[in-house]
Design a protein around this ligand. Structure first.
Ligand code: GLC
Length: 545
């Protein structure tokens, strides 16, 4: 799946903001042509009408398209064009909150007796006249999760900015209205949704304080065994099941959840006890991996082990909320000439590890974060640098816009045009890997087994034999003596060349194999001797053995 941040992908009308016609015009980049990236699906961050306080995650009309992005007709056209290329389309669904400019909230705040009052979470002041409890907003600078409404003398809850009041999912009318939002888009043909912070729906029914020792932890990522009362309440699972039931009214659709719960069991619980909640859940641990073989080894083990047929792992290294991995993993400039070497290794891992891969626009050319001058900062949580516009070609506007871009495009850096015909480019490595994966059941569904190797070299096998079992829920461990036709993936995390140190006997590895894709200079198709193989610094390979 390929995540598009619509504000930043392609601007068709020179207003400096990306838009839906821009996306439609650039779909060839993703699918439908021999030189397309070859992804199966796109996920669009929010496209709905929004005051853009949180850049679309504050929605003021769920069943419209923000004029910056175009019209509903533009959306229909985009869905049709995408489907015509075999691309599925996922939208972002933001159930936890709306914009404070949403007509529902205008009604709700107008009077305590308004019939929309209970659609949001209102509470009387605490004993000291302050906020009703000690819950905090998730954004570092915004303080308590409550704002006082002078007119009606109560506080409203907002887990994020004060412009994003939380909906009350215990209210049946609010729930039904939000279910109808799903149906509205499903009827227009969307193939599913990425659900924004689903773990936030379930809150303590009495709005009890968070335990004192966790009250200071704003971010769900800091949760472990200890529970917040402000999120991940068990009642949230019923809310998720109902969302899933609506989506199941439409065959073949998918739900991906951004479950920001660090504790693995509690995160995975959002698949539902019987696979009746989310199909897919982002693996927060994966994108936090530091650039070390042992970290990726541990992540690989986690991806390869899922307990039943209802769960399926995912992995991503970048998105619109975190620093791009090309920036996080960059070596100090003096360390080496090829700053994109690690991006290439990461691409090989992303597209050969078990599970569904999520790519973030621009990573396929190695885009890095772009610093935004203080005067031009937009985002309340400091995330502008990873949202800089797609770099299609060099020159002002980078092919993203002919107007004034809403965020800097950078005057230099990788471009699609610059990499298009260069066989050694990051773009062409991604293209090769996506296609390899699409045509190879071992990579999509097959088993996984770690291979003993040098500590700095991450080595694993993808196996043919346990794909079917995996689909039925067996752990993907494989067995020694797996039939022929295995893939060996090797990644050297050291900044020095390394002998692989493969334990060839334990895995009955042959003396040689054929390179299917590599991050370095060696061309695909060459024979690779495993007996004395030395990987260059930051080099990875996929070898058929
Ligand atoms: C999710 C989104 C993020 C947004 C927040 C509030 O974490 O990914 O961009 O700011 O939810 O909706």
């Amino acid at each position: 799946m390929y995540q598009i941040y619509p504000l930043s992908w392609a601007d068709s009308n020179r207003d400096g903001f990306g838009d839906l016609p821009g996306i439609t015009a650039h779909l060839d980049h993703l699918a439908g042509r021999p030189d397309s990236l070859g992804v199966d699906a796109i996920w669009l961050s929010p496209i709905y009408r929004s005051p853009m306080v949180d850049f679309g995650y504050d929605i003021s009309d769920h069943c419209s398209v923000d004029p910056r992005f175009g019209t509903l007709a533009d959306a229909d056209l985009l869905f049709g064009e995408a489907h015509g290329r075999g691309l599925r389309v996922l939208l972002d669904y933001v159930p936890n909150h709306t914009s404070d400019q949403h007509p529902w909230f205008a009604q709700s705040r107008s009077s305590r007796r308004n019939r929309y009052r209970d659609w949001y979470v209102w509470a009387d002041p605490g004993p000291d006249g302050g906020p009703p409890n000690n819950w905090l907003s998730a954004f570092e600078r915004t303080g308590p999760a409550w704002t006082y409404d002078q007119a009606t003398g109560q506080w409203y809850l907002h887990s994020f900015t004060s412009a994003q009041p939380d909906l009350n999912w215990r209210n049946p009318d609010a729930r039904a209205a939000m279910h109808d939002v799903l149906r509205f888009w499903l009827r227009r043909g969307v193939d599913g949704f990425r659900i924004d912070v689903p773990h936030r729906l379930g809150k303590h029914p009495e709005l009890a304080d968070n335990p004192a020792d966790v009250a200071a932890l704003r971010r769900c990522s800091q949760l472990d065994e200890r529970r917040h009362n402000s999120m991940d309440h068990p009642d949230g699972h019923d809310m998720m099941r109902r969302i899933r039931a609506v989506v199941d009214e439409f065959p073949g659709r998918v739900l991906v959840g951004e479950v920001g719960v660090h504790h693995p069991q509690r995160r995975l619980a959002y698949h539902g006890s019987d696979g009746d909640e989310l199909h897919l859940i982002f693996d927060f641990g994966f994108w936090r991996n530091p650039w070390r073989a042992d970290a990726f080894r541990a992540a690989g083990a986690r991806l390869a082990r899922w307990p039943d047929a209802h769960r399926w792992p995912t992995h991503a290294l970048s998105n619109h909320d975190i620093r791009r991995h090309a920036t996080r993993f960059a070596r100090a400039a003096e360390d080496g000439p090829d700053t994109l070497a690690r991006v290439r290794v990461a691409a090989i891992l992303l597209l050969t590890l078990p599970g569904t891969t999520f790519l973030y626009y621009g990573e396929e050319i190695g885009m890095t974060d772009l610093a935004v001058p203080a005067a031009h900062v937009h985002d309340p949580d400091g995330r502008d640098p990873c949202r800089s516009p797609m770099r299609w070609r060099s020159g002002p506007g980078a092919g993203f816009t002919e107007g004034q871009p809403w965020l800097p495009t950078g005057s230099e850096g990788p471009t699609v045009a610059g990499q298009d015909r260069d066989p050694g480019s990051v773009l062409n490595l991604y293209r090769r890997l996506v296609r390899l994966r699409a045509g190879d059941e071992r990579l999509r569904l097959g088993g996984y087994r770690l291979v003993d190797s040098d500590p700095d070299v991450y080595a694993f096998l993808r196996l043919a034999s346990v794909g079917a079992a995996a689909r039925q829920g067996a752990a993907v461990t494989g067995r020694a003596g797996d039939p022929a036709g295995r893939l060996l993936v090797l990644a050297n995390f050291a900044d020095q060349p390394r002998q692989t140190g493969l334990d060839r006997d334990a895995e009955s590895l042959p003396g040689q194999g054929v390179l299917l894709a590599g991050s370095g200079q060696r061309p695909a198709g060459v024979r690779i001797r495993l007996t004395d193989l030395v990987l260059c610094a930051d080099e990875a390979m996929v070898i058929e053995i």
